[in-house]
Design a protein around this ligand. Structure first.
Ligand code: AKB
Length: 319
C-alpha cells in the first residue's frame, strides 16, 4: 500500500490533490503537510495533518520515518509574482526545499517524488505559440529559474540515483475551492469571484494577454495519471508540457458575460504584465499525450459554466 506525503497541502492545488489522493488510497495513507496556513477542519478531520516546511529537512525526514512514507507529492512553491518580490524566498523554498526532498528520496529509497514545474520555465526566447516540450529554457523570472533548476535536478536524480522523479509544467490553474496566492495567472480565478460578487473586475494584465490554462479537475487527473504511468513508457520525467486551453483575458471575460450578462471588465496592467509577456501563449503537450495518455476534459465554456455554478453556491450568503 502506498504511503503518501503531500507538501504544500493547504495550497490551491495541494488541498484538492490531498482530497483526491485520500479518496483513492485511503485517508490514513495520505499525510498532508502545510507550512503556516491552518488547514480546513475537513482536511484535519479526514486524515493525518502535520506542519513542516520543505526548507526544514529534519522535520520532513521525521515525517517520512514516522509515517513510513514511500511517495511524495511536492506542492510547496513560491509562485511568480511573490518570487519577483522576494527572489531569495523563492530560491529557499523552490530550490533548497526541492533539494531536501530529493535527498530524502535518495537516502530513504522512496518509490516516487512528484514535483511541480510551470510554463514559467520558458522565457521570451522560446517559441511563443505551441511551445514545444524541448526548446530553449531561458526564463527571466526567479520563479522560472527555480522551475528549470527543479526540472534539471529531478532528471539528474533519476539518471544518477535511479530515484523516480516526475513532474508537469503547469499552466495557470483555475479552481473554486482554495484561492491561489502570489501567481501571475491568479487573475483567471479572481475574475470569477469578482464577477459573482460585484459584476465587475479590474484585471492586472492587458485584455489581449493570452496564456495556457487548465481547470482543477484536469490538473488533479494529470498529476495522478502521470504518477501512475508505467515507467517503461516514459521518455521524459520532470518536464512534461501539459495544457487544456489558451485564451485571452478578453475571451475569458466574454465567456463569463455569456452567463452573467451585466459583467464588465477593465484593465490596469502592473508588473505582472511583463511576467505574462515572457510566457508562452500555448503549449505543445504531445509528449504527455503520447507517453501517458494525457487528455483534458474541460474547455473554456465548460469550465466557466462549472466555475460560476460552484462558486455561486460557495459565495451564497449563509442563512
Ligand atoms: C503563476 O502564475 O505563477 C503560476 C504558474 C503559471 O506557474 N500559476
Amino acid at each position: 500500500m502506498k504511503k503518501i506525503l503531500v507538501t504544500g497541502a493547504v495550497g490551491q492545488i495541494g488541498s484538492e490533490l490531498t482530497e483526491k489522493l485520500r479518496k483513492k488510497y485511503g485517508n490514513e495513507n495520505v499525510v498532508a503537510a502545510g507550512h503556516r496556513t491552518q488547514p480546513t477542519e475537513e482536511m484535519r478531520q479526514a486524515g493525518p495533518f502535520e506542519f513542516a516546511s520543505v526548507t526544514d529537512k529534519e522535520a520532513l525526514e521525521k515525517l517520512v520515518v514516522k509515517y513510513n512514507i514511500d511517495t511524495i507529492y511536492n506542492m510547496s512553491s513560491i509562485l511568480s509574482a511573490t518570487g519577483e518580490k522576494n527572489p531569495q524566498l523563492a530560491f529557499q523554498v523552490n530550490i533548497l526545499g526541492l533539494y531536501n526532498l530529493l535527498e530524502i528520496g535518495r537516502e530513504h529509497k522512496l518509490k516516487r517524488i512528484m514535483i511541480p514545474s510551470s510554463i514559467a520555465a520558458f522565457g521570451p526566447d522560446a517559441p511563443i505559440d505551441n511551445t514545444p516540450n524541448e526548446t530553449i529554457l531561458r526564463p527571466t523570472t526567479m520563479y522560472g529559474v527555480t522551475k528549470v533548476t527543479g526540472e534539471l535536478m529531478g532528471n539528474y536524480y533519476f539518471q544518477r540515483f535511479g530515484l523516480d522523479v516526475r513532474g508537469l509544467r503547469y499552466p495557470g490553474i483555475i479552481s473554486y475551492k482554495t484561492l491561489p496566492g502570489g501567481g501571475t495567472t491568479d487573475y483567471a480565478v479572481a475574475i470569477y469571484y469578482e464577477a459573482i460578487k460585484n459584476k465587475k473586475y479590474t484585471c492586472f494584465v492587458r485584455k489581449d494577454t493570452v496564456l495556457p490554462m487548465m481547470y482543477m479537475p484536469d490538473c488533479i487527473n494529470a498529476i495522478i495519471q502521470l504518477a501512475e504511468a508505467p515507467i517503461s513508457q516514459l521518455k521524459h520525467h520532470s518536464d512534461f508540457n501539459v495544457t487544456a486551453m489558451s485564451f485571452s483575458v478578453g475571451e475569458l471575460a466574454k465567456s463569463i458575460k455569456e452567463v452573467i450578462p451585466e459583467f464588465t471588465c477593465e484593465y490596469e496592467p502592473d508588473f505582472r504584465q511583463d511576467i505574462a509577456d515572457s510566457w508562452p501563449n500555448s503549449l505543445d503537450d504531445s509528449a504527455a499525450r503520447n507517453e501517458w495518455g494525457w487528455q483534458p476534459e474541460y474547455d473554456l465554456k465548460a469550465m466557466t459554466r462549472d466555475m460560476i455554478e460552484k462558486l455561486s453556491e460557495k459565495l451564497k450568503p449563509k442563512l
